[in-house]
Design a protein around this ligand. Structure first.
Ligand code: NDP
Length: 405
């Protein structure tokens, strides 16, 4: 029986709370804290309606280490699960160290004034967590998260050596809006407008951003949903997997984008609406991307008319007993079914379920350790079994398709 403190009452937070409430064998006390108490109250009511369970709620500014430490000391959880924004990662880790509590998140740290994310800031906490006898698990959503677990599983059971990994993330769903992002618009747009990188033979190779006419893309034939244009994109698990998977020759990440999405984003970028710096507007300072976020649909509310499916998985190639082998492990998730179950679309669902599973494995003592870990460093087997049980069943097939050289 464990106590969990979840920080962030957004699209993903709602799913994590619902799934923890469904899993009352492990989580007997749940507290949801976020900047806006009203959003926590809405989730509380919905959880009661769907599961009959009561949760506690609190308002907190997670940028303020003192305020957060006081809350953690009051709640006394076994684990703090961070599904606020990447900007809060370091302050939440600091508060966990101060209060002596384990930590888990789904996205790596990003400074608000620079559209750049990397693990170095959080890896720097390894020694502090180790000395304190605490465990921090980073990037435990779907990608990063399940994509790392699929890799660890292939390394443990399928291949003696993994040479090539291609992570393919397809959202073939339709939300009915002219333009919307599936998770926090500010974080999403900062991510997808970056120069792209992938890792090959020990080096990072740069290619044009997805909005550039020269971006790298190809049509991949996804199971269930068919051919979709998939763009090379930089994603954070490339950094940890390139470090942790020995013998790797190349790792890439591909994500599907519709022409409509690319066109809208290109126009927004061209007119300056994706800028992250202060702009003077009638004597006030306005950050255009934050203003844009205020105009766009809230991803947490996209679910009601969302149809279609997501297909996310890894193609992994290498050798087994001296023979060349190639495997594809993937999950298919349905937007409307996710909405029916927890009141959220499939992007929030595919992120929130793995976060609950990681939390469960930490709270019940299956995953143990002192320091800071990426999920591929932990045992994938109980996680893979839990994906099947908790709503994200996966399939494994020999991969016979073609990928760009
Ligand atoms: P939302 O914007 O919907 O939710 C974020 C929540 O955090 C909001 O409720 C917000 O409060 C709260 N918050 C923001 N700042 C603070 C603060 N200083 N103190 C307390 N609470 C705060 O985002 P999502 O739910 O879409 O995404 C959540 C996280 O999940 C992000 O880090 C995202 O990058 C990650 N993610 C990971 C994926 C993966 O597969 N690994 C995929 C998708 C998302 P308020 O409502 O008051 O603004």
């Amino acid at each position: 029986m464990g106590k969990i403190l979840i920080i962030g009452a957004g699209g993903v937070g709602r799913v994590v709370v619902q799934k923890c409430a469904q899993n009352s064998e492990v989580f007997n006390e749940i507290t949801l804290a976020s900047r806006t108490l009203e959003k926590c109250e809405q989730v509380r009511k919905d959880v009661k309606k769907r599961t009959g369970k009561d949760i506690n709620v609190a308002a907190v500014n997670a940028d303020n280490v003192r305020e957060l430490t006081a809350l953690i000391k009051k709640v006394k959880p076994d684990l703090v699960l961070n599904v606020a924004l990447p900007y809060q990662d370091l302050s939440i880790m600091e508060a966990c160290l101060a209060a002596g509590v384990n930590y888990l998140d789904t996205a790596n740290y990003e400074p608000p004034d620079e559209a750049h994310f990397e693990y170095s800031w959080q890896w720097a906490y390894k020694e502090k967590f180790r000395k304190r006898g605490l465990m921090a698990v980073l990037g435990c959503g779907f990608d990063p998260g399940v994509s790392n677990i699929f890799t660890a599983y292939a390394q443990k059971h399928l291949l003696d050596r993994i040479n090539y990994i291609d992570i393919l993330d397809c959202n073939a769903g339709s939300h009915g809006h002219p333009f919307a992002t599936n998770f926090n618009p500010e974080i999403n747009i900062r991510e997808v407008t970056q120069v792209v990188r992938h890792w090959k033979n020990g080096k990072w190779i740069k290619t044009p951003a997805i909005l550039d006419q020269k971006s790298v893309h190809f049509s991949f034939n996804y199971p269930v949903v068919g051919n979709k244009e998939s763009y090379l994109l930089y994603h954070e698990e490339l950094e940890s997997l390139a470090k942790n998977i020995k013998g790797l020759k190349r790792i890439r990440f591909w994500m599907t984008f519709s022409e409509n999405y690319i066109n809208h984003l290109r126009v927004l970028q061209n007119v300056g609406m994706t800028r992250i710096d202060d702009v003077d507007y009638e004597g006030k300072k306005v950050v255009p991307i934050r203003f844009l976020k205020a105009l766009l649909p809230d991803p947490a509310k996209l679910g009601s008319n969302y149809t279609g499916k997501t297909v996310i998985g890894n193609v992994m190639s290498g050798t087994k007993d001296g023979k060349k082998r190639s495997y594809y492990i993937y999950n298919v998730c349905d937007h409307a079914e996710s909405f029916k179950e927890v009141g959220a679309q499939a992007i929030s669902y595919t992120t929130g379920v793995p976060a609950m599973i990681g939390a469960m494995l930490m709270v019940n003592g299956t995953w143990k350790g002192k320091g800071v870990f990426n999920v591929e460093e932990l045992d994938p087997d109980p996680f893979m079994a839990a994906l099947n049980k908790w709503g994200l069943p996966w399939k494994q097939a020999e991969f016979k398709g073609k990928l760009p050289e």
